[in-house]
Write a protein that binds this ligand. Structure first.
Ligand SMILES: [Mn+2]
Length: 171
């Protein structure tokens, strides 16, 4: 039994790639997430079936935070700027703990990351449009949730796994 999530973020006006990823996975996975800075309208029908939050570059009515439970797994989703993640993890960690989250999804940094902290998996899918840092590839993430571990892969816009970023993480 595996629960699969698709996670993307920071598409910054690129509607086409969000549409492409949605068309590819909707109905085939447990949930799709966009962690903010889409720069699209919150009323766009594109968001039907995607859990989406507001980034620092979004100006329409997205929620700042979404906390949801799917297949017994609690997910706390937020862009990250409200928790000052450029300066450290303390505030985001505290919020995830307060939310009782098993998984915390964020974006903002445009850098892929998957880290276990205090029993919660923190996932940044990177940016699907504007990568920053050492990995200059536009990425999104597939997260498979097993009873005893998480399996994560980062894929490029052609849906090919990015080398060396695939990991298994004990729960
Ligand atoms: Mn951004």
């Amino acid at each position: 039994m595996v629960t699969r999530f698709i996670i993307m973020s920071d598409s910054h006006g690129d509607r086409g790639i969000v549409e492409d990823i949605k068309a590819r996975y909707q109905g085939k996975v447990a949930a799709l997430f966009h962690n903010g800075d889409s720069e699209l309208d919150a009323s766009d029908s594109l968001w039907d079936g995607i859990h989406v939050v507001k980034g620092n570059c979004d100006w329409t009515a997205f929620p700042e935070r979404v906390i949801t439970t799917i297949d017994g797994v609690t997910i706390a989703q937020t862009h990250g700027h409200l928790y000052a993640i450029n300066y450290g993890w303390t505030r985001l960690n505290y919020w995830a703990e307060e939310a009782g989250a098993d998984i915390c999804l964020y974006g903002h940094l445009h850098v892929p990351a998957a880290d276990m902290r205090d029993g919660c998996l923190f996932v940044n899918p990177g940016s699907i449009s504007q990568p920053r840092g050492l990995i200059q590839e536009r990425l999104y993430a597939i997260l498979d949730i097993y009873p005893d571990h998480f399996h994560i892969e980062y894929l490029d816009r052609n849906h090919q796994p990015y080398p060396d970023l695939t990991r298994d993480i004990k729960r």
